[in-house]
Design a binder for this molecule. Structure first.
Ligand SMILES: [Mg+2]
Length: 456
């Protein structure tokens, strides 16, 4: 390593991590001022609902995100429980984004309430990172009556940990939180002192499993980790993960702020009150979710190329199956068909607890449209028919002949056109990924071990 900054590192403090303070709960309190200052939990209300967001007053009672709502209820029976209103959160998220747009074009949203900003381009006009952070935070407060915490540093890792350090602190049960700094800036020369006391879990890619393993070697903080020789980490975690950990623990982070990350995937997941055990029910649910996701995709003006079905069994093992289309698609019928095919292959052993449908490989809808117009309206270029037949044959091969009919064999016209489209666009590739508790077919143990820590 030379002293020169790498790709994602700035010479100065220009990376910012903006994180709204308990966003969903704050939005609920914004829309209903009676909820302000009360223990408030936003979460699924069904028997297996989980907490999406909790006010600091609720957190004081030990309520936290992803905890089952039932558990939150027993920890804080006096809290107000409300179901999430995602459309409203998206609306406000867009407004927050609009405020950020006024500061820099380099914005990488991580979720509805969290984003990385690279403000290196605006410093001459807007001042140093710290000044920009203070101005941005004030603007969000003024325009939206919502608070956020902002971390500023030379790298994404530092900025992220700094925004965490800027957060309000939970008070004792029944007491209000103490206000946080709002903005924390970590100067370059203070980076290592700032990093060292953090638990290893604070590093991206260190999940509960890695943290447990590291603890066995007496490594619990980032400082401990930084003292472990690179060779030992590589021997233990493999080259990729070992090197990555070594770099991060030493304060080196080459990840850039990637604006295109905005649209990496769109999806929907559902945890069922009772495990699904019937194939027909599973297929029906998966199909409905696929249509919902396709609708959101069109809403966002996007089309997606990779369709993924995620299935968590009753024993919490998780598998994903995905299908990569030849072209990005957004039509509900087509996406639903692909998902149905994937759902037919899902194992029902142990019941299905959670189902998710995701579309990734997203492109702007306009980019995919010419191809569709050409299919439905224009003359077929030479070779297109042959390509279509080959595609259909390959789909049949994978899914059996029941899976597809081409060019309106026996089905009504609309569906014929759709199948035709389906045959042509379908499958470059079908992929199976298994969670840690899967059977391991198709993946080596080493591969599984490598991917495992990243899930945390
Ligand atoms: Mg947040």
């Amino acid at each position: 390593m030379t002293g020169a900054p790498s790709a994602g590192e700035c010479d100065r403090l220009a990376i910012m991590h903006v994180d709204m303070d308990c966003f969903f709960a704050a939005v609920e309190a914004l829309d209903d001022p009676l909820l302000k200052g009360r223990p408030l939990v936003v979460g699924g209300m069904g028997g297996r609902g989980v907490v999406c967001s909790a006010s600091y007053e609720a957190r004081a009672f030990g309520v936290s995100s992803t905890m089952p709502t039932a558990q939150a209820r027993s920890r804080c029976p006096d809290a107000v429980f409300v179901a999430p209103r995602h459309a409203r959160y998206r609306e406000l998220s867009r407004q927050i984004r609009a405020v950020m747009d006024g500061f820099t074009p380099l914005i990488e949203p991580v979720s509805l309430d969290e984003a990385y900003l690279d403000v290196s381009g605006g410093r001459r006009l807007l001042g140093e990172g710290a000044a920009i952070a203070i101005a941005l935070r004030r603007r969000i407060g003024e325009e939206l009556q919502l608070t956020c915490s902002v971390g500023v540093g030379r790298t994404k890792l530092i900025a992220k940990l700094a925004s965490e350090a800027a957060k309000p602190r939970v008070g004792r049960p029944g007491e209000p939180p103490s206000p946080g700094h709002g903005v924390v800036v970590v100067p370059v020369e203070r980076e290592l002192d700032f990093l060292r006391p953090h638990p290893v879990r604070a590093l991206p890619g260190v999940g509960p499993a890695s943290a447990r393993e590291l603890r066995r070697f007496g490594v619990s903080t980032v400082g401990d980790l930084a003292a472990v020789p690179l060779e030992s980490l590589v021997r233990f975690f493999g080259v990729a993960q070992g090197t990555n950990l070594h770099e991060l623990a030493s304060g080196r982070d080459s990840r850039r702020v990637e604006p295109e990350r905005a649209t990496r995937s769109i999806g929907h997941e559902e945890t069922f009150a009772v495990d699904l055990r019937e194939r027909a029910e599973l297929v029906r649910r998966a199909e409905a979710m696929a249509r919902a996701v396709a609708a959101r995709l069109s809403e966002a003006g996007l089309a997606g190329r990779t369709v993924t079905l995620k299935v968590r069994s009753g024993d919490f093992s998780t598998r994903t199956r995905s299908s990569t289309l030849r072209r990005a698609e957004h039509q509900p019928q087509l996406i639903a068909e692909v998902v149905v095919e994937l759902a037919k292959e899902v194992s029902l052993a142990g019941g299905v607890r959670l189902l998710g449908v995701h579309l990734s490989g997203l492109v702007e809808l306009d980019a995919s449209r010419p191809w569709q117009l050409d299919l439905f309206g224009g003359a077929e270029p030479t070779g297109r028919a042959a390509a279509r037949d080959a595609a259909a044959a390959s789909v049949r091969e994978r899914f059996g002949s029941a899976a597809i009919s081409v060019g309106g064999d026996s089905t009504p016209t609309a569906s014929g056109a759709r199948d035709f489209l389906g045959a042509l666009s379908r499958l470059a590739e079908v992929r199976d990924d298994e969670g840690p508790a899967g059977t391991g077919a198709g993946r080596s143990r080493a591969e599984q071990a490598r991917s495992q820590p990243r899930k945390g």
